[in-house]
Design a protein. Structure first.
Length: 113
């Protein structure tokens, strides 16, 4: 099932690290490994409004394995703002059109589109 993607609404992400903590807890990897990492950026002004800009950096192949075990993975369940979604690419495309989002997907899935 290589058409699994992760979508992050960067307008909603607060950089709380819940997804990163959930990923580590759920998969039991060491602190030296980073399957999911929250990258926090400094606030900046965009169109006269102060914006926070945080980004998740997933190892998307690991996300595919996790999604195959549970189609409602802990990282997205614990996202307090609903900014993080994991699922089939075709199910996330409508969210991509409505919001300021970043989509991560395996190379094979992105080439198939």
């Amino acid at each position: 099932m290589s058409n699994i993607a992760m979508l992050l609404n960067i307008d909603r992400c607060t950089g709380c690290f819940a997804c990163q903590t959930a990923c580590r807890s759920n998969n039991g990897f060491s602190y030296k490994e980073k399957w999911m990492e929250v990258v926090r950026r400094d606030p900046s002004y965009v169109d006269g409004k102060l914006r926070l800009y945080h980004l998740v950096a997933p190892t998307i192949d690991k996300c595919v394995e996790c999604y195959e075990k549970d189609p409602n993975p802990l990282c997205s369940k614990l996202c307090t703002t609903g900014a993080l979604h994991v699922g089939p690419v075709e199910n996330l495309m409508w969210l991509q059109e409505k919001s300021n989002v970043v989509m991560f997907m395996p190379k094979k899935a992105s080439n198939d589109q």
